[in-house]
Structure formats: structure tokens, C-alpha cells
Design a protein around this ligand. Sequence first.
Ligand code: SF4
Length: 240
Amino acid sequence: MSEFVRTLAAPSLRLSEVFRSIQGEGELAGTDSLFVRTIGCNLRCRWCDTPYTSHAPERGERVAVDDLAERILNEDCEHVVLTGGEPLLTPGVVPLTEALRAAGRHVTIETAGTVFRPVAADLISLSPKLSNSTPDGRWAARHEATRDAPAVVARLLSEFDYQLKFVVEGPGDLPEIERWLADHNVGRDAGRSRVFLMPQARTAAEYERLAPRVRALAEALGFRFGPRLHVARWGDRRGV
Ligand code: SF4
């Protein structure tokens, strides 16, 4: 194989951005983390907070996995978060996570749980998309048909350590969350501590308004309140 063909065949992915910040959500909220955001999503959530990876995807930068791994490992940051978009859409995440784990990094994958890849991950941060995510318009049917993939979810939950993050607008979402948990046979007893309810908000003002109500719902039901530190501090600003 020529060098040119080898270069073309090398695993790569389309990158939106790499930035260092604190983890804003879930079990590791507050942890110094390096975020690696891929472009591309198979869903179109009505309230998506990264439309530049989904509704109006940017072209991004195509990067070789080896180069990206080197760039990440040059940062002295133990926690790496692969996010999107939907990072599991791209096969390149598999060798990337393998390289990061081999170098001792803690790898979190943020996913909606509609695609499976045999990644090397310490934590699958699974955010199932409820019916409150379904947009109006031409994407509605496709989104609705894609957002729940029980076989994928079952595999992710059985093969990885995980947390579940549900985006909540109000009490009307709770029956659907309980149904989802029952269908997947998770979220009972001690398992409720893996379930985070997060306010649906894209601005700090929206977050401040909804957070107390979602916190009360979470505590009443034995779930955990899921903070969104980025939204509370920076709204929908990118790269922070
Ligand atoms: S899954 Fe995430 S990136 Fe994709 S549309 Fe929904 S919120 Fe946006």
C-alpha cells in the first residue's frame, strides 16, 4: 500500500472543537476535563444546545485519530470527554478511546444511546431522548423513529459503567422516565442514584427558573438533580 493510500485509509473523524473546561453535568460535575466534540448527529432535538453539530452541522476539521490522540495526550488532563453531536456515529472513536485508555486517561462518552461502538470507555454518560426532544417539521418523524434504540441501550448498559441523564421540562416527563427505566430494568433501589434529572435550558436565565423545580422533583423521587454548570455559568457560549 502506498503512503498516500495508507494516509487515506487511516482512521479519522470530523472534529468540531477541543477545549478544556470543567465537566458541567452528572457524577463528575466540577472535574477538570478536556472536551473533544465531533460533528454529526442522527437526531435533531428541539432544544439542542450544539446545533453546529446537528441541525446546521459545520464542516469541521477532518483529523487523523493518531494526530488527535497526540494532541489530547499533550494536555496534562486526566479526564477526557468525547461528546458531540453523537460521537458514537464515527468509527474513529474506537481507536481514539483505545489510545487514550492505554495512556491512562479516564474516558467519558456522552451519547444519546442510538448507536453502538465497542469503545474503550470508563463511563458511558447516556442521555436518552424523551418525547420532549422531538422537533416540529421535516425531521420530526425521523427523530421520533431514531431516538429510542432499546437494543443499543441494553448493550451500553450491560457492557459499561454508566450514568443516565434525562432532560426534564416538568412533571409531565416523569411517567415517561419511569417507563424507560422499567423497560430497561434499571433505576431501581440503589440504581436510582445513577439517574440524573437535568433542567431543559439553553440560557442561564432559563436554568435559574427551572432548576429548583427539577431539583425538587428529583429529590422527591429518589433520583439525583443533574446540574448544568456550563449553562448556569455561560449559557450557550461555545468552547467553555
Ligand atoms: S442528541 Fe445531542 S447533539 Fe444530537 S440533536 Fe440531540 S442534543 Fe443535539
